[in-house]
Design a protein around this ligand. Structure first.
Ligand code: SF4
Ligand code: SF4
Length: 287
């Protein structure tokens, strides 16, 4: 079962929830794996301190043009077909912009002169290992790289099969999030009880409804801000899976790099209840 932990905006505590939920599940003898798909800024490792012993370079295919075979101005088909404008015809020669290429392979297939072959371009790395017996996978994009979705796909493919797989999604609602959400059974949206939190939660809710993925919401740092998120959930009939309280002790543990589960009084119960509610919501979605 794949469960995505997502949020409409960064800084809501999404990764904190992934780390604590994973440890709660492991302590409860569940078979659980985690995959950090926030490849632009992976930070789950800061909470779980994994030993990562496998590292693989992730690549995407890019076209390589043989100018001896290309008929240039007499053709131009590849430049016409590429919807991402990764190829242009200039002064009779095809120029490739690898950073824009999505690796769809259309130009290679379409070239009538067989002048295009597939090369490759590194976009980042995928690392795997274990965090205190929990299988851990993460991806990290190269600096300046813009193509997160193919790397996210590789992270998900590299994550070992367990009964429960928690996916730490990138924040927001753009293409990387859609790729991270692809194929999940359930999503947990983490938000904070503020107008900013509500604004971005609403976008995330619209996205999940569009994708027809069942979901519920966790309010992190509940007690600060105002009641706008609670009111919104009631109005929209969205399940509140859990409310993690705003707590000085939790903030102090966080600042020391400690998990809340096992270190802050009462938080084991919050995560136990959260897992109970997630299971109940998944059951209801399946029935
Ligand atoms: S499709 Fe092939 S032959 Fe035509 S311009 Fe592109 S590379 Fe050249
Ligand atoms: S592989 Fe696809 S995206 Fe890349 S240059 Fe060719 S047609 Fe464009």
């Amino acid at each position: 079962m794949r469960i995505a932990i997502a949020s409409g905006k960064g800084g809501t505590g999404k990764t904190t929830v992934v780390a604590n939920l994973a440890v709660h599940l492991k302590n409860s003898k569940h078979s659980v794996a985690v995959a950090d798909c926030d490849v632009e800024e992976p930070n789950l490792h800061l909470f779980l301190n994994p030993h990562l012993d496998i590292e693989k370079t992730a690549v995407v295919p890019i076209p390589e043009v043989d100018n001896e075979l290309c008929t240039g101005d007499d053709c131009g088909l590849c430049a016409q077909l590429c919807r991402f404008k990764s190829l242009i015809l200039m002064a009779g020669e095809v120029m490739v912009f690898p950073e824009l290429c999505h690796g769809c392979g259309l130009c290679t297939l379409a070239c009538p002169e067989k002048a295009i072959t597939e090369g490759s371009r590194a976009i980042g790395v995928v690392r795997s290992g274990k965090a205190n017996c929990i299988p851990f996978t993460e991806g990290e994009m190269k600096i300046g790289e813009a193509m997160a979705p193919p790397l996210i796909e590789e992270v998900k493919a590299a994550s070992p099969q367990c009964d429960i797989e928690l996916i730490d999604c990138p924040p927001g609602t753009s293409c990387p999030v859609i790729k991270a959400l692809d194929g999940v059974d359930f999503a947990v949206l983490v938000t904070e009880p503020t107008p900013f939190g509500l604004h971005d939660l609403d976008l995330a809710v619209l996205t999940l409804r569009q994708l027809r993925i069942p979901f519920g919401v966790v309010i992190n740092r509940d007690g600060m801000g105002n009641s706008c998120v609670h009111d919104y959930l009631n109005r929209e009939k969205i399940t509140l899976l859990g409310a993690i309280p705003h707590s000085l002790k939790a903030a102090q543990a966080y600042s020391k790099g400690l998990l809340h589960v096992g270190n802050v009084e009462g938080f084991d119960d919050h995560y136990a209840k959260l897992w109970e509610n997630i299971q109940q919501s998944i059951g209801e979605a399946r029935s």
